[in-house]
Every structure is written in structure tokens, then in C-alpha cells.
Design a protein around this ligand. Structure first.
Ligand code: FAD
Length: 487
């Protein structure tokens, strides 16, 4: 019989659960990807001029995947593999395609986002009416939503015990790759006349993606991994400094599945077993990813509400001018502004800075975390509903196991600690290049003579601070303490 593998956020043809199961069970296996207009139409912009780094990243990765499937088929003597690509509403395209190809089953890797779950249910039902089966597999996560539960069989809401249980559960079996190549002779060629759409056919124009050090596709992920492996030992020490190359930069590849999370975890586990502490720390970071997928699955209301419902009584400020200053990197706090420029210019932001700017928005500017979350959703290459929502609720103190509300990051001391000589700040705020290290974290405190010495005009070359941190902090404590009082 024959089957169709529907790829979504798993754009690779190695160590792939759904593809492996299809190839093992069926004689002829087709592979398809849909540029889903249900998702694309919701992106800002219109006409053929829309720009989105993620769409471009996916497009490039899809082309590479098509070639990868062809190569895999050729190596195993199959008549020719490749990817069938469609552009339209996925829930309809996949059903139509499955029917046209005459397959018995559609296989996919499991998705945990509420919209994706609804889409998959819709597709499964439509296929069922046609007598076609639908099955989904764990692939995106290391341990699934129901694989790490408390002794009472309930989901964890505190990270540390979850992580402990997660590490215990993560054995060699869980890290084993799905050997797709062993069964690749079953790959079927796409029907005659298929062609892959160009980026412009999708209504999108090129972004600055090609100028960024962000290689796309399966090849790009392996390149970044090779670059990171020798740095893994130093991860623990270097990870918190945005000015250094301390982290892996693999998040966007994990987001679109151009790399297998099992490959990454197996490598880290192997290095950790040889005593590499950095690898152990990095492996534990991957637990956060599973944790937030698990939370979103068990508690989808976090999409719009605080994990701790009482925190939805917090009264946030509208503050349009402050909001605009944050979005446009004009707060007068250099680390915050440099971080926001990094986001706008590259679509990436270092983890330490995500915490700093999220804290700044909610606790210095008093603005609802949901607005920041939506802004990140629009701009992050690695935007992932579960991790982003979890990160924002953590920073805003509204989430599960969140930062307590009275722990408020000081944007100046964070800057002194994590970008001590202003390397990162100067990279994104060239207007501060000549400000001495001692003042780079808060130029507003400079005396006129010091300003004149480096030729900086505050309020002209660089904005004055939009709020006073000490006063903002006091207001936030008030804002949150009303909750504790139960009023
Ligand atoms: P590394 O330090 O190399 O970590 C390796 C991998 O571990 C990451 O790629 C990621 O998959 C996972 N990971 C690490 N930390 C976390 C975490 N706290 N939560 C979930 N996964 C984690 N991560 C996203 O992938 N998408 C998001 O939309 C996202 N939004 C965030 C929003 C806020 C406010 C905060 C505080 C964090 C957010 N994170 C998000 C988590 C984290 O900042 C990024 O995963 C990380 O910066 C990506 O860079 P890296 O791949 O170099 O990380």
C-alpha cells in the first residue's frame, strides 16, 4: 500500500519518526509540505511585498529537504523521491492530495499548539470519511506531555522536580534515532509535473536572512552544531553573556525541525557522561522546551490567560508612548535597546536579554505581558508558542514556577553583570561606541564634561530614559501587592 507523510515543523529527512514509520509499513511513501495560507495570511503585510524571515527560512529549508529526499531515494535505488509542495489551506490541501494519490494513511509528527491540534482533528475527520487513516507520532519533543508526570499521575507545575524526573526518564531508548535511510527504497517520486514554488509565488519578498550568520535547512543546522560542539564545555560559563558566542543558536532549527532534538540530546548526553559539565547544563536546557510544550498541552488557557488566574487581576498600563519606545529600542536603557535592535535586525535575541526586556516591559513600563508576547511572536525567528508564552509568563511573574513578582531585574546592574565592557551594547548601538565602559550601562548618569568628552548629546544621539527604574519598581510592587492583599 501507500502512505503520505505530511511534514510541518520537522523539515528534515533523517531521524524522523513519522517518515520512519511510514517507510517501514508502506511500499510507496509520498512526502508533502504545505505553505499553509491559514498561517501565512495572518502575517502582517499584503500583496507580493510581504517579508518574513521565517517564511524565507522555511522556503530555503524545504528546497533542501526536496533535494535530500531525492538523494536518499537515489542512494537506495528507489525510482526517485522528493517533496510535493502545496500552497493553500493545509486542512484542505492535505485531504485532497491524499485522495488524489490514493494513499491508505497520512502520517505526521505530533504538534502541541491549540490551533495545530484543531487543524489535525479536522484533517483526521475529513480523511476518515474518505476511508483514509491519520496517525501522529512523538518527534518534536524528547519526552511527551504524559511521559513525565508526578507520582500522582498529574502534570508538574514546578520546573526543578520536572527536570529531575525528565533526566531520569531520558534513557538510551528515548535518544535512539529513527533510521530513515534503512528503508528509503520505499520513497515514491512526486507525481509528474510537480514544481516547487518560488518565494515570490507565495507572496513574499526576500529579507536580510542571507546576510545573517544563520544557515538554513538540515545542512545549516549541522553547521551550527559543528560550531557549537567544541564550545559546549564552556556553555555553563559563557551562556549568560550576550556579547560572547556562548550559546548554540540552534533554536530556529529546533523550531522548524531541520535538526532532530534526539540527535542534539544524544550528543550532549554522551559528552555529559564523559564529565563535560557544560554538556549536562545544555541538556537540561532542552528540558525547558519539553516542559513548556507539556504545560501548553495540559493548560491551553495560558494562551490568553495567566497560568496563575489571580494574576489576571493585575491592572496593567496602556502607556502608548512607553510601548512605542520599547518596540523601537528607544528606552534610554542601553542593554534593553541593544537587545531590541538585535531582535529587529536579526530575529534572534539572547536568552538573558529576553528575560531583561520582558521584565523591563512588564515591571518597569507596567505593560501587559501579552503585548510583549505578541511582539516577540511577530519578530522571533525561533518563535514558538509554548516557549514564548512560558518565557513571558515567567518574566511577568504570572506563570507556573515564575520569577516571584518582587524580584525585579535592574536593567543597569544586569547590564554591568552580563555585558561588563559593553561589547554587546556597542555592537547594536554604535551611537554609544565612544562612551567609556563605566558609563555605557546608563549614559543618562553622565556629567556634562564626560558627555562632551565623547561627543554624546543625550536626547539627540541617544534617548533619555523613559522611566526612572527605582520609581517604576516601587509602582510595580504596589501593583502586585494588591493581589496579595486579596483586594
Ligand atoms: P541555547 O542556550 O543553546 O539552548 C538550547 C536550546 O534549549 C534552545 O534552542 C531551546 O530549544 C531550548 N531552551 C533553552 N532555554 C529555554 C527556555 N527557557 N524555554 C524553552 N526552551 C529553551 N525559545 C524559543 O525557542 N522560542 C521562543 O519563542 C522563545 N521565547 C522566549 C521568550 C522569553 C520572554 C524568554 C525569557 C525566553 C524565550 N525562549 C524561547 C527561550 C530561550 O530564550 C531560547 O530558546 C534561546 O535563547 C534560544 O537560543 P539558543 O538556541 O542559542 O539557546
Amino acid at each position: 500500500g501507500s502512505a503520505l507523510v505530511w511534514l510541518r515543523r520537522d523539515l528534515r529527512c533523517a531521524d524522523h519518526a513519522a517518515l520512519y514509520h511510514a517507510l517501514r509499513r508502506f511500499e510507496r511513501v509520498y512526502c508533502a509540505f504545505v505553505f499553509d495560507t491559514d498561517i501565512l495570511d495572518a502575517l502582517p503585510g499584503h500583496g507580493n511585498r510581504r517579508e518574513d524571515r521565517r517564511v524565507e527560512f522555511i522556503h530555503a529549508s524545504v528546497l533542501e529537504l526536496h533535494e535530500g529526499l531525492q538523494r536518499l531515494a537515489a542512494q537506495s535505488g528507489a525510482p526517485g523521491g522528493g517533496l510535493i509542495v502545496r500552497h493553500g489551506p493545509a486542512r484542505e490541501c492535505i485531504v485532497r492530495l491524499a485522495q488524489a494519490l490514493g494513499v491508505q494513511e497520512v502520517l505526521a509528527n505530533r504538534d502541541y499548539e491549540p490551533q495545530a491540534i484543531a487543524r489535525d482533528q479536522h484533517v483526521a475527520q475529513a480523511l476518515h470519511i474518505l476511508g483514509i487513516a491519520f496517525s501522529d507520532y512523538k518527534d518534536q519533543v524528547l519526552l511527551d506531555r504524559d511521559e513525565v508526570l508526578t507520582r500522582q499521575g498529574r502534570p508538574y507545575s514546578v520546573f526543578t522536580p520536572y527536570q529531575r524526573a525528565w533526566l531520569e526518564r531520558l534513557d538510551a531508548f528515548q535518544l535512539r534515532p529513527y533510521p530513515v535511510d534503512r528503508h528509503a527504497r520505499h520513497l515514491a517520486p512526486p507525481p509528474a509535473g510537480e514544481r516547487l514554488p518560488a518565494l515570490s509565488d507565495l507572496g513574499f519578498a526576500a529579507t536580510n536572512l542571507r546576510q545573517l550568520p544563520l544557515p538554513t535547512g538540515m545542512g545549516g543546522a549541522q553547521k551550527l552544531l559543528q560550531d557549537f560542539v567544541p564550545r559546549m564545555a564552556a556553555y555553563q560559563r559563557a551562556r549568560d553573556y550576550p556579547g560572547r558566542r556562548g550559546v548554540s543558536y540552534l533554536s530556529v532549527h529546533l523550531r522548524f525541525g531541520t535538526v532532530s532534538v534526539r540527535q542534539l540530546a544524544a550528543l550532549a548526553a554522551q559528552q555529559a557522561s564523559q564529565g563535560c559539565a557544560g554538556a549536562q547544563t545544555w541538556l537540561s536546557e532542552l528540558a525547558w522546551r519539553d516542559f513548556y510544550f507539556m504545560i501548553l498541552w495540559h493548560c491551553p488557557r495560558v494562551l490568553t490567560q495567566s497560568f496563575k488566574p489571580e494574576y489576571d487581576r493585575v491592572q496593567w498600563d496602556e502607556a502608548p508612548a512607553l510601548w512605542q519606545a520599547w518596540c523601537e529600542a528607544r528606552t534610554g536603557y542601553p542593554l534593553v535597546d541593544a537587545a531590541m535592535r538585535q531582535l529587529l535586525h536579526t530575529g534572534y535575541m539572547h536568552n538573558r536579554l529576553r528575560m531583561v526586556v520582558a521584565s523591563f516591559l512588564t515591571k518597569d513600563l507596567g505593560i501587559d505581558w501579552r503585548r510583549g508576547e505578541r511582539f516577540f511572536a511577530r519578530h522571533l525567528n525561533d518563535y514558538d508558542l509554548a516557549a514564548n508564552n512560558g518565557g513571558w509568563q515567567w518574566a511577568a511573574s504570572t506563570g507556573c514556577d515564575a520569577q516571584p513578582y518582587f524580584r525585579i531585574f535592574n536593567p543597569i546592574t544586569q547590564s554591568q553583570r552580563f555585558d561588563p565592557d559593553g561589547t554587546f551594547i556597542r555592537r547594536y548601538l554604535p551611537e554609544l561606541a565612544r562612551v567609556p565602559d563605566a558609563h555605557i550601562h546608563f549614559p543618562a548618569a553622565m556629567k556634562p564634561a564626560a558627555l562632551a568628552a565623547c561627543g554624546l548629546r543625550l536626547g539627540v544621539d541617544y534617548p533619555l530614559p523613559v522611566v526612572d527604574h527605582a520609581r517604576a519598581r516601587a509602582r510595580t510592587l504596589m501593583r502586585f501587592s494588591l493581589l496579595a492583599g486579596g483586594t
